[in-house]
Design a protein around this ligand. Structure first.
Ligand SMILES: [Zn+2]
Length: 277
Protein backbone atom coordinates (compact mmCIF):
# COMPACT_ATOMS: atom_id res chain seq x y z
CA UNK A 1 0.00 0.00 0.00
CA UNK A 2 1.49 3.38 -1.03
CA UNK A 3 1.32 6.54 1.02
CA UNK A 4 0.10 9.85 -0.39
CA UNK A 5 3.05 12.28 -0.73
CA UNK A 6 0.76 15.16 0.31
CA UNK A 7 -1.34 13.96 3.26
CA UNK A 8 0.80 10.91 4.10
CA UNK A 9 -2.23 8.66 4.47
CA UNK A 10 -2.82 5.42 2.60
CA UNK A 11 -3.23 6.11 -1.10
CA UNK A 12 -4.07 2.67 -2.40
CA UNK A 13 -2.17 -0.03 -4.23
CA UNK A 14 0.74 1.31 -6.35
CA UNK A 15 -0.47 4.84 -5.80
CA UNK A 16 1.58 7.67 -4.31
CA UNK A 17 -1.03 10.42 -4.14
CA UNK A 18 -4.72 11.18 -3.86
CA UNK A 19 -5.94 13.18 -6.81
CA UNK A 20 -7.80 15.55 -4.48
CA UNK A 21 -4.66 16.15 -2.43
CA UNK A 22 -2.66 16.95 -5.56
CA UNK A 23 -5.26 19.51 -6.67
CA UNK A 24 -5.40 21.03 -3.20
CA UNK A 25 -1.60 21.34 -3.12
CA UNK A 26 -1.36 22.90 -6.57
CA UNK A 27 -4.07 25.46 -5.80
CA UNK A 28 -2.26 26.26 -2.56
CA UNK A 29 1.00 26.90 -4.39
CA UNK A 30 -0.75 29.46 -6.62
CA UNK A 31 -2.46 31.11 -3.65
CA UNK A 32 0.82 31.29 -1.74
CA UNK A 33 2.70 32.89 -4.65
CA UNK A 34 -0.17 35.30 -5.39
CA UNK A 35 -0.43 36.37 -1.77
CA UNK A 36 3.24 37.37 -1.66
CA UNK A 37 3.22 39.01 -5.08
CA UNK A 38 0.02 40.98 -4.47
CA UNK A 39 1.16 42.19 -1.08
CA UNK A 40 4.38 43.57 -2.58
CA UNK A 41 2.85 45.01 -5.77
CA UNK A 42 -0.34 46.44 -4.27
CA UNK A 43 1.55 47.94 -1.35
CA UNK A 44 -0.61 46.18 1.22
CA UNK A 45 0.68 45.91 4.74
CA UNK A 46 3.05 43.06 5.58
CA UNK A 47 1.44 42.89 9.00
CA UNK A 48 -0.64 39.75 8.51
CA UNK A 49 1.24 38.20 5.61
CA UNK A 50 3.16 35.66 7.66
CA UNK A 51 -0.02 34.39 9.26
CA UNK A 52 -1.95 34.26 5.97
CA UNK A 53 0.84 32.32 4.31
CA UNK A 54 0.97 29.87 7.16
CA UNK A 55 -2.78 29.28 6.88
CA UNK A 56 -2.48 28.63 3.15
CA UNK A 57 0.48 26.35 3.72
CA UNK A 58 -1.20 24.18 6.36
CA UNK A 59 -4.61 23.94 4.69
CA UNK A 60 -3.09 23.11 1.30
CA UNK A 61 -0.68 20.41 2.42
CA UNK A 62 2.43 22.44 1.59
CA UNK A 63 5.47 21.25 3.54
CA UNK A 64 7.60 23.53 5.71
CA UNK A 65 10.70 22.93 3.57
CA UNK A 66 8.84 24.02 0.43
CA UNK A 67 8.40 27.56 1.80
CA UNK A 68 11.71 29.08 0.60
CA UNK A 69 11.25 28.25 -3.07
CA UNK A 70 7.63 29.50 -2.97
CA UNK A 71 8.75 32.77 -1.37
CA UNK A 72 11.34 33.17 -4.13
CA UNK A 73 8.64 32.55 -6.77
CA UNK A 74 6.27 35.08 -5.16
CA UNK A 75 9.05 37.65 -5.11
CA UNK A 76 9.91 36.89 -8.76
CA UNK A 77 6.29 37.44 -9.79
CA UNK A 78 6.10 40.78 -7.95
CA UNK A 79 9.31 42.15 -9.46
CA UNK A 80 8.40 40.94 -12.94
CA UNK A 81 5.00 42.55 -12.64
CA UNK A 82 6.38 45.93 -11.52
CA UNK A 83 9.17 45.97 -14.12
CA UNK A 84 6.75 45.13 -16.91
CA UNK A 85 5.69 48.78 -17.02
CA UNK A 86 7.97 50.84 -14.80
CA UNK A 87 11.13 50.95 -12.75
CA UNK A 88 10.75 50.41 -9.02
CA UNK A 89 10.15 53.60 -7.07
CA UNK A 90 12.24 54.41 -4.01
CA UNK A 91 9.22 53.45 -1.92
CA UNK A 92 8.93 50.09 -3.67
CA UNK A 93 12.61 49.44 -3.11
CA UNK A 94 12.17 50.19 0.58
CA UNK A 95 9.29 47.72 0.65
CA UNK A 96 11.53 45.06 -0.89
CA UNK A 97 14.04 45.69 1.89
CA UNK A 98 11.28 45.52 4.49
CA UNK A 99 10.03 42.23 3.02
CA UNK A 100 13.54 40.81 3.13
CA UNK A 101 14.14 41.92 6.74
CA UNK A 102 10.75 40.97 8.11
CA UNK A 103 10.89 37.46 6.69
CA UNK A 104 14.64 37.10 7.34
CA UNK A 105 15.31 36.24 3.72
CA UNK A 106 18.76 36.11 2.19
CA UNK A 107 19.75 37.94 -0.98
CA UNK A 108 20.69 34.54 -2.32
CA UNK A 109 17.16 33.23 -1.92
CA UNK A 110 15.53 36.31 -3.45
CA UNK A 111 18.03 36.15 -6.29
CA UNK A 112 17.38 32.47 -6.97
CA UNK A 113 15.94 33.42 -10.35
CA UNK A 114 17.73 36.76 -10.70
CA UNK A 115 15.01 39.02 -9.26
CA UNK A 116 17.12 40.64 -6.55
CA UNK A 117 19.70 41.60 -9.17
CA UNK A 118 16.85 43.12 -11.22
CA UNK A 119 15.92 45.31 -8.25
CA UNK A 120 19.49 46.63 -8.06
CA UNK A 121 19.56 47.16 -11.83
CA UNK A 122 16.25 49.00 -11.66
CA UNK A 123 17.68 51.29 -9.00
CA UNK A 124 20.69 52.05 -11.21
CA UNK A 125 18.46 52.86 -14.19
CA UNK A 126 16.26 55.09 -12.04
CA UNK A 127 19.29 57.07 -10.90
CA UNK A 128 20.49 57.43 -14.50
CA UNK A 129 17.03 58.49 -15.64
CA UNK A 130 17.15 61.50 -13.34
CA UNK A 131 20.75 62.35 -14.15
CA UNK A 132 22.39 60.79 -11.11
CA UNK A 133 25.44 58.55 -11.30
CA UNK A 134 24.58 55.42 -9.36
CA UNK A 135 26.84 54.18 -6.60
CA UNK A 136 27.66 50.54 -7.30
CA UNK A 137 28.47 48.58 -4.19
CA UNK A 138 31.91 47.34 -5.19
CA UNK A 139 32.67 45.40 -2.00
CA UNK A 140 32.08 42.07 -3.65
CA UNK A 141 33.59 42.98 -7.00
CA UNK A 142 36.59 40.90 -7.94
CA UNK A 143 39.36 42.94 -9.55
CA UNK A 144 38.36 43.63 -13.13
CA UNK A 145 40.92 43.31 -15.94
CA UNK A 146 40.62 46.97 -16.94
CA UNK A 147 42.40 50.19 -16.18
CA UNK A 148 39.66 52.68 -15.67
CA UNK A 149 40.28 56.37 -15.98
CA UNK A 150 40.20 58.37 -12.78
CA UNK A 151 37.28 60.36 -14.04
CA UNK A 152 35.07 57.38 -14.80
CA UNK A 153 32.96 55.23 -12.55
CA UNK A 154 31.97 51.60 -12.85
CA UNK A 155 28.24 51.13 -13.38
CA UNK A 156 28.01 47.35 -13.86
CA UNK A 157 29.87 44.33 -15.20
CA UNK A 158 29.00 40.91 -16.57
CA UNK A 159 31.20 37.82 -16.65
CA UNK A 160 31.24 35.02 -19.26
CA UNK A 161 30.13 37.36 -22.01
CA UNK A 162 30.37 36.10 -25.58
CA UNK A 163 31.79 38.59 -28.07
CA UNK A 164 30.83 38.30 -31.75
CA UNK A 165 31.26 40.39 -34.85
CA UNK A 166 28.92 40.54 -37.75
CA UNK A 167 30.59 39.14 -40.85
CA UNK A 168 29.91 42.04 -43.12
CA UNK A 169 29.98 45.74 -42.60
CA UNK A 170 26.47 47.10 -42.76
CA UNK A 171 25.46 50.68 -43.00
CA UNK A 172 23.56 51.64 -39.91
CA UNK A 173 20.26 53.30 -40.64
CA UNK A 174 18.89 53.33 -37.15
CA UNK A 175 16.23 51.11 -35.73
CA UNK A 176 14.12 51.06 -32.65
CA UNK A 177 17.39 50.87 -30.75
CA UNK A 178 18.59 54.18 -32.13
CA UNK A 179 20.18 56.44 -29.56
CA UNK A 180 18.13 59.33 -30.83
CA UNK A 181 14.99 57.79 -29.48
CA UNK A 182 13.56 59.69 -26.57
CA UNK A 183 12.93 56.55 -24.57
CA UNK A 184 14.48 57.80 -21.44
CA UNK A 185 12.80 61.00 -20.42
CA UNK A 186 12.44 60.93 -16.69
CA UNK A 187 11.23 57.53 -15.67
CA UNK A 188 9.13 57.27 -18.81
CA UNK A 189 10.28 53.83 -19.56
CA UNK A 190 8.22 51.16 -21.17
CA UNK A 191 9.24 47.62 -20.57
CA UNK A 192 6.45 46.53 -22.88
CA UNK A 193 8.36 48.10 -25.77
CA UNK A 194 11.23 45.83 -24.88
CA UNK A 195 9.92 42.72 -26.53
CA UNK A 196 13.01 41.50 -28.30
CA UNK A 197 14.34 38.15 -29.36
CA UNK A 198 17.53 36.40 -28.28
CA UNK A 199 20.78 37.07 -30.11
CA UNK A 200 21.02 34.96 -33.24
CA UNK A 201 24.68 34.07 -33.37
CA UNK A 202 24.54 31.76 -36.35
CA UNK A 203 25.61 34.41 -38.86
CA UNK A 204 28.25 35.98 -36.70
CA UNK A 205 31.93 35.40 -36.09
CA UNK A 206 32.66 34.32 -32.57
CA UNK A 207 35.67 36.21 -31.25
CA UNK A 208 36.02 35.33 -27.57
CA UNK A 209 34.44 35.10 -24.13
CA UNK A 210 35.29 37.49 -21.32
CA UNK A 211 34.19 40.28 -19.01
CA UNK A 212 32.15 43.25 -20.10
CA UNK A 213 32.06 46.36 -17.95
CA UNK A 214 30.11 49.53 -18.42
CA UNK A 215 31.39 52.76 -16.91
CA UNK A 216 30.21 56.34 -17.07
CA UNK A 217 32.34 56.86 -20.21
CA UNK A 218 32.99 53.51 -21.87
CA UNK A 219 32.03 49.94 -22.56
CA UNK A 220 35.01 47.70 -21.80
CA UNK A 221 35.49 44.16 -22.99
CA UNK A 222 38.37 41.97 -21.87
CA UNK A 223 39.28 38.33 -22.47
CA UNK A 224 42.47 36.29 -22.82
CA UNK A 225 42.62 37.19 -26.51
CA UNK A 226 41.45 40.75 -26.71
CA UNK A 227 40.80 43.87 -24.65
CA UNK A 228 39.25 47.06 -25.89
CA UNK A 229 37.00 49.89 -24.91
CA UNK A 230 34.36 51.84 -26.77
CA UNK A 231 33.49 55.39 -25.87
CA UNK A 232 29.77 55.97 -25.44
CA UNK A 233 30.04 59.04 -27.65
CA UNK A 234 31.28 56.82 -30.52
CA UNK A 235 28.10 54.77 -30.49
CA UNK A 236 25.65 55.50 -33.23
CA UNK A 237 23.12 52.78 -32.51
CA UNK A 238 22.19 49.88 -30.28
CA UNK A 239 20.21 46.76 -31.11
CA UNK A 240 18.66 45.37 -27.96
CA UNK A 241 18.26 41.63 -27.55
CA UNK A 242 16.78 39.62 -24.74
CA UNK A 243 20.17 38.23 -23.77
CA UNK A 244 22.57 40.74 -25.26
CA UNK A 245 23.16 43.87 -27.29
CA UNK A 246 24.50 44.76 -30.69
CA UNK A 247 26.37 48.01 -30.99
CA UNK A 248 27.24 50.15 -33.96
CA UNK A 249 30.11 52.57 -33.74
CA UNK A 250 31.25 55.48 -35.83
CA UNK A 251 33.96 54.72 -38.37
CA UNK A 252 34.24 53.63 -42.00
CA UNK A 253 35.52 50.14 -41.20
CA UNK A 254 33.50 49.32 -38.15
CA UNK A 255 31.44 46.16 -38.12
CA UNK A 256 28.54 45.67 -35.73
CA UNK A 257 29.71 44.12 -32.47
CA UNK A 258 27.46 41.81 -30.51
CA UNK A 259 27.77 40.74 -26.88
CA UNK A 260 25.61 37.99 -25.47
CA UNK A 261 24.94 36.35 -22.13
CA UNK A 262 24.16 39.72 -20.59
CA UNK A 263 20.89 41.31 -19.52
CA UNK A 264 19.93 43.15 -22.70
CA UNK A 265 17.16 45.12 -20.99
CA UNK A 266 19.51 46.60 -18.42
CA UNK A 267 22.41 47.20 -20.80
CA UNK A 268 20.21 48.92 -23.35
CA UNK A 269 18.64 51.37 -20.93
CA UNK A 270 21.94 51.90 -19.09
CA UNK A 271 23.68 52.97 -22.31
CA UNK A 272 20.83 55.28 -23.24
CA UNK A 273 20.82 56.74 -19.74
CA UNK A 274 24.60 57.25 -19.72
CA UNK A 275 24.43 58.99 -23.08
CA UNK A 276 22.02 61.50 -21.64
CA UNK A 277 24.11 62.38 -18.60
ZN1 LIG B 1 -3.61 12.51 0.21
Amino acid sequence: MGKCIYCEKKAGFLSSRHRACKTKFENGVQLYIDEISNTIVKKSTYENLKQKLEEIRVSHLIKENQKPSLIALGFDRAIKSILSDRLLSVEEEDRVTEFKTRFELSEKLLDKNGSYTKVIMSSILRDLSIGLIPELNTNNVIPLPFLFQKSEQLIWFFNDVGYYEQQTRTEYHGSKGSLNFELFKGVDYEMSSFSVSPVSITEMNYISTGTLAITTNHIYFGSDDTTFKIRHSNLIGIDPYEDGIGIHTDGWNSVPQVFNNIDGWFMYYAIIGLNKL
